[in-house]
Design a protein around this ligand. Structure first.
Ligand SMILES: C[S@@+](CC[C@H](N)C(=O)[O-])C[C@H]1O[C@@H](n2cnc3c(N)ncnc32)[C@H](O)[C@@H]1O
Length: 245
């Protein structure tokens, strides 16, 4: 019965994503006021600062960085591409894989140099990537932003997805996870309302621990009033830096 419910949740989420509109998603989330580089309290500079710090502290290194659920964005690998020789982008939807790769590779020579491929992923599969997408030792680092809670039907599915992506990481490798707090939906296009698992900080920490990660740091951003838009009910964002045991 539990298995059946799980399968139905996964299938329902996959069906919801058929309406994902990359251009509208970028418009809602990656323009003013959320991507305001003139304001220190804007969400976009906060995310970039968290990632920059994590990638430059010296403990995150190796050959291969994998981004899980890249969507139509590349901000999440902009610091990492300076540290890793290879970056693999992934997404569930082909429309996202194409959009992300084409928009940015024209502008960023470094990204063009290190992004080796854009491949399909499904965080609900115990083995989320095709076997030949990764070296057998696994990735040295995973980054994933706003993917797991947006792709999961409930907290149990979010936790399982955390475990599934962990299988892609070598022991001692790092997970840099950014996600929504207290959020139940977002619009991924006009009239395309997608459900989100409303998470709190304790649930994120517990999920990481349950799945064999040691938390190094958790940072929380509270969304200022002027950044609350009709496109979602986001109330905050977490950034977690963790290591796989
Ligand atoms: C909210 S968007 C996040 C995009 C981008 N990472 C960002 O930071 O804005 C969620 C992404 O998860 C992807 N996704 C949906 N279901 C998925 C699944 N089962 N496995 C992996 N990714 C999935 C979607 O296609 C979408 O690109």
């Amino acid at each position: 019965m539990e298995e059946k419910g799980t399968e139905m949740g996964v299938a329902a989420m996959a069906a919801c994503y058929q309406g994902f509109d990359p251009a509208a998603y970028l418009q809602y989330n990656y323009t003013l006021p959320r991507a305001d580089f003139e304001r220190k309290d804007s969400i976009m500079p906060w995310k970039l600062a968290c990632l920059h710090r994590a990638f430059t502290e010296g403990d995150v290194n190796g050959e291969l960085l994998v981004d899980i659920g890249s969507g139509p964005t590349l901000y999440q690998v902009m610091s990492g591409c300076e540290v890793f020789n290879k970056v693999l982008l992934t997404d569930f939807l082909e429309v996202d894989c194409f959009q992300g790769a084409s928009a940015w590779t024209e502008k960023a020579a470094k990204l063009r140099q290190v992004i080796t491929d854009v491949v399909p992923v499904d965080v609900h599969r115990p083995q989320p990537l095709a076997l030949d997408d990764l070296p057998s030792a696994g990735a040295d680092c995973l980054v994933s932003c706003f993917c797991l809670e947006s792709a999961s039907a409930d907290l149990a599915a979010f936790n399982r997805a955390l475990g599934h992506i962990g299988s892609l990481l070598r022991p001692g490798g790092h997970l840099l996870l950014i996600g929504a707090l207290g959020t139940s939906y977002y619009f991924a296009g006009p009239g395309v309302k997608l459900p989100v698992v409303p998470l709190n900080e304790a649930q994120v920490c517990a999920g990481l621990k349950e799945n064999g990660y040691t938390l190094i740091r958790l940072e929380v951003y509270i969304l200022p009033q002027h950044m609350k838009l009709g496109s979602d009910d986001l109330s905050g964002v977490f950034f977690a830096k963790a290591r796989k045991e």
